[in-house]
Design a protein around this ligand. Sequence first.
Ligand code: ADP
Ligand code: MG
Length: 647
Amino acid sequence: MSEFLLELNDVWRRFPSGDEEVAVLTSVSLQIRAGEMLAIMGASGSGKSTLMNILGALDQASQGNYRVAGREVSHLSKDELATLRREHFGFIFQRYHLLPHLSALDNVAMPAVYAGMPLGERRERASYLLARLGLAGKELFRPSQLSGGQQQRVSIARALMNGGAIILADEPTGALDSHSGAEVMRILKELHAAGHTIIIVTHDPAIAAQTERVIEIRDGAILHDHQTTSAAVLPTYQEPPAVRRSGVATWARFMEAFKMALLAMLSNRLRTLLTMLGIIIGITSVVSIIAIGEGARNYVLNDIRSIGTNTITVYRGKDWSDDKASSIRTLVAGDLKALAEESYVDSLTPETNTTLRIRYRNIDTNATVSGVGESFVQVRGKNLIEGTGFSADHIRQQEQVVLIDQNTRRKLFADGAAIGKVILIGTVPAMVIGVIEVKEGGFGNSSSLQMWLPYTTAGSRLFGRSYFDSLVVRVREGQPTALAEQALTQLLQQRHGQKDFFTHNIDEILKTVENTSRTLTLLLTLIAVISLVVGGIGVMNIMLVSVTERTREIGIRMAVGARQSDVLQQFLTEAVLVCLVGGLIGVLLSYAISVLFSLFVQKWQMQLSLTAILLAFLCSSLIGVLFGYLPARNAARLNPIDALARE
Ligand code: ADP
Ligand code: MG
C-alpha cells in the first residue's frame, strides 16, 4: 500500500471543443496524505474545479492514473465510482447545491439513504450533525429560509453524513460574506483537527494561507506546491470517526424514490394533473366500456334466459337457407303427441305464423297471428297480465279464442277492456281471453301487434293446413339440452323416415350473443387502449421535461453517492405513480359514470368488474414503466459533472 491517500500521476483532462479538443489539465501529478489540509489555488479558468472533480471521482481523467487508497479509479464501474464517492468523499460546493424542496434535515440525511442507513438512525445522525454545526432548531427549514452561511453549514453536514473522510470544498466561501466565510473556515479547520482530509479550491490567497499546503495551478498545470506548516504535524493523523454502513437497504432507497416522486408531483400540481389526463381518460374509457359491455350483455342474456334457456326449436328443412323448407309438411300433430310422452320434455308447442288483417269495430290493422298449443305461455316464458291462457279443451275443440299482446290491446281497445271482446282475424271472429305482456327491449319489434290462436283453430280456419312451421320444446329441468336434442332428433327422424328438419337450441343463441358482445367490447377496448397509449406518450413527454428540469438535482444525488439505479428508480417511480394515481382517478370516474348511468337508464346497469379495475391498475403501471423508462434512463445516464454544471 502506498503511503498516500490520493495519488495523481501524469493526469490529463481534455474536453471536446468544436472539432478539436482542449487540454484543461496537462500532466498533473500530485500526492495527498490522509489528514492533510491543503488548498488548490489559481485564477478563474485555470482548471481547479476540473482537478477537484477528478479527485472526487465525479469526473475521470482522459489520460494518466489516479489512485484512491491504492485503488486505480479508471478501472471502476459507474456503480463502484458511486460507492467510492459515497464512502470516502464529502463535497462542499460554492453554491451549496442543496435540494430546494427538502428540509435541512432531509438534505443532510440524503446521502445516507444511498448508503442504506435505516430511517431512525439517519434522522438521528442528521440532527446531530446539524446541531454540531450550530443549526439546532433549523432542522425543518427549507434552504430558501436559511442564510447563505447557514446553507453552507447544511451542505457541510451533508458532506459528513456518510463519514466524509475526504472533504472536497470548491470555493466554499466564494458566495459568503466575510463573517460567514470565516465561520466555514473555522469548521473546516475543526474537521481537519478531527482527522478529516480537507481539500479546498480557492482563488483567494487569504483562504489558502489558512491551510498547511498550497498547490498553485495555472493553465492546467501545477506551478508551485509548498508546505506552509512543518511536516512533523502530519503523523498525528487519526482516522475520522467511522459511520456504520448497513449496505444495500432496498426498502430505504425505494421509500426515498417514492417520497421524491410524491414531492415532485405535488410541487407541479397542475402539470401533474394535465399529464395524468391522458391516463385518466384512457382508464375511464376502458373501465366504463367494459362495464357497459358487461351490463348490456347480461341484460340481453337475462332476456334470452327468461324465455327459457332450455328450449329446443325444430324447424323444417335442412337449415335456414333451405328453399324447399316451406313445402315440407311433415311437422304435424302426431309429432307433438309423440314428443309429449318423452321423459325429457317438459312442455311443447307448435308454431305457425302469418300476417293477417284484423278488425275490431272501425279499427283495421295488420298483425302477426300464430297458431300455438296450450303450453305456449309456459314454453315461451310469457307473462299473462290479464285473463287466462289456452286450455286443452280450447285446442281440442278448435275454439275461436285468442290471446293478444299489450300492443294489440292498446291499439284496439281504447278503454283497455279487452277480455270477452270479439275481434275479426282475417275472416274468423275470435274472443279475447288473455293479454300477454310485451317485454321491452330484447328482440323483435316491440311495437308490432301479435296474437295467438289455438293451432287447431288457426290450422283449419285460417291457414287451411294441419302442419306446422316449427315446434318449440321446453326441456325438463335438470336434463342436459344436448342429450335431449339428440333424442328428439332421433325420434323425429324415425317418425318422418328422413331428417327433413333441423333443430336450434337457445344455448346456441346465447353463445352467438356472447360472441358478438365480446367482439364489440374488444373493439371498443382497443380504441380505449389507443387513448391510453396517447396518455402514456404524454407521461413520457412530461417526464423528459422533468428530467431536464431536475438535472442539477440528479447531479447532486450522484455526487453524494446515488447509483445509476437509484436515479432510474426515482424517475421510474414517479412515472408509475403518476400513472397509478391517474388510473385510480379513472376508476373513480368510471364509478361516478356508472352511478350517473343508473339515474338515467333503469332497465340495466353498468357492471364494474374487479377484473376490469385490476386490469386498469395493471395497465397504468405498465404504461408508467414503459413510457417512464426512457426518460428515467436518460436521467440515470447523465454524467455527474455535466448534471452539476447545469443551472
Ligand atoms: P476553475 O474552476 O479553475 O475556474 P474550471 O476547472 O472550471 O476552472 O475550468 C477550466 C477550463 O476548462 C475552463 O476554460 C472551462 O471553460 C473548461 N471546461 C471546464 N469544464 C468543461 C467541460 N465540461 N467542457 C468543456 N470545457 C470545460
Ligand atoms: Mg471553479
